[in-house]
Design a binder for this molecule. Structure first.
Ligand code: ZN
Ligand code: ZN
Length: 396
């Protein structure tokens, strides 16, 4: 896919030569707090951060990006997990004997998901798995009808995700095949606007589909005897963590990470040091925020209390703009600051039909010195949440 870093175009090779490029206020707002509140503690789990779309040397167009380098960098910026997603067509679908068989594909602390970028004529998708699977079977059916692809995908028991859904190499298959969608690809935030639109369309249609990030980084900083290449400059603009996907996992292991991804316990931040947005709701008026992102409740026709918190490295005195989106439309905008910028509001989800609420956070971005030019490309986009759902059909 094409990534544009400022005015510079980057090409990435795929099986066929492809240029890879890179309102309305309403209802029942009761209060907007801007004070400092303690973070909500839900059921037991861990917030883990990582990158779900990175290319190593096993993607032929990458440069200076060994698996060891990706792992070392990820550890240095305190990532918990990474999924190296090399183009499967560059190894004739045999990811098992390339990326995963690389002696460097191991770590004592960083959790390494098994995956690949399913690189097809009809666009790209990422696979995420907690264990090795026979990727070539998915590669081999890439040009078949969606119904056949769906059968293979199901038998492999994998999480499939739509990559860079708008623009060149967009995911051109049925969204019934995927559990998640890459709503934030690379540090270049503005080009994701259409991806967000597609996401809202899919959510509005009744799909509880997780929005996630992915840097799609291909190029590392040369070390040792390595020589800089034509694309080396990109590492300063876009690398592991731009953006960073946070998952709320029940345990610190690969299975729990994929499970959190599948169930929408996810938010995305512009970089590993930017604050994380958390989004909760109290739907049964007991004062406890028992719902979190990804959860689905029945609307009783009564007001629901919602809580948004920004956790982590919030900048002192920074004023964050927190926008609430309900069913694809802006419900309201708040401003929040402090150590834990917090917003509370109330709204009544309809008893008939579905509702979903999600959050975006804009403001001054937290510096990411390891990828110093990424901040400018992310502009004011700091973080986005996944939805809290009402009256969705879990069996959709
Ligand atoms: Zn791609
Ligand atoms: Zn990619």
């Amino acid at each position: 896919m094409q990534v544009i870093f400022k005015k510079i175009k980057v090409k990435c090779k795929t099986r066929i030569p492809i240029i890879c490029i890179a309102i309305l206020l309403n209802v029942s707002i009761v209060k907007a707090q801007q004070n400092t509140t303690k973070p909500v503690l839900l059921s037991k789990g861990f917030w883990l951060k990582g990158d779900l779309h990175v290319h190593s040397r096993h993607s032929t167009e990458s440069s200076n990006n060994s698996i060891q380098k990706i792992i070392n960098f990820s550890k240095s910026v305190k990532m918990d997990y990474v999924c190296i997603t090399d183009h499967d067509n560059h190894v004739d679908g045999d990811v098992e004997h390339h990326t995963w068989a690389d002696p460097e594909f191991k770590s004592d602390s960083l959790l390494l998901l098994y995956g690949a970028e399913w690189t097809t004529t009809r666009g790209h998708g990422n696979v995420f798995s907690d264990k090795p699977y026979h990727h070539k079977r998915l590669f081999d059916v890439r040009d078949e009808r969606d119904v056949n692809i769906g059968k293979v995908k199901k038998s492999l028991n994998i999480h499939l995700s739509a990559n860079h859904p708008s623009g060149k190499d967009n995911f051109g298959f049925s969204y019934d095949l995927v559990q998640s969608i890459e709503v934030w690809n690379s540090s270049v935030w503005p080009k994701n606007a259409n991806a967000i639109m597609i996401w809202d369309d899919m959510l509005s249609s009744g799909r509880m589909m997780t929005g996630r990030g992915g840097s799609d980084a291909h190029h590392g900083v040369p070390t040792g005897a390595e020589k800089p290449g034509a694309n080396t400059y990109q590492a300063e603009y876009n690398y592991v963590g731009t953006p960073t996907t946070w998952v709320f996992a029940k345990e610190k292991n690969l299975t729990a990470i994929v499970d959190a991804l599948t169930h929408g316990k996810v938010s995305v931040s512009s970089n590993p040091f930017a604050p994380r947005v958390e989004f909760y709701a109290d739907a049964n008026e007991d004062g406890k925020f028992e719902l979190m992102m990804g959860d689905n409740a029945i609307s009783k026709g009564k007001p629901v209390k919602f809580l948004v918190q920004l956790i982590g490295n919030t900048l002192p005195d920074a004023d964050y703009t927190i926008t609430i989106i309900k069913n694809g439309k802006k419900l309201n905008t708040y401003h929040a600051k402090g150590e834990i910028p917090t917003v509370q509001f109330e709204d009544t989800p309809e008893t008939r039909g579905r509702s979903y609420y999600r959050v975006t956070v804009e403001g001054v971005n937290t510096p990411y010195p390891q990828v110093p030019k990424s901040m400018a490309l992310s502009e004011n986009m700091v973080a986005l949440s996944n939805p809290i759902y009402f009256n969705f059909d879990p069996k959709f």
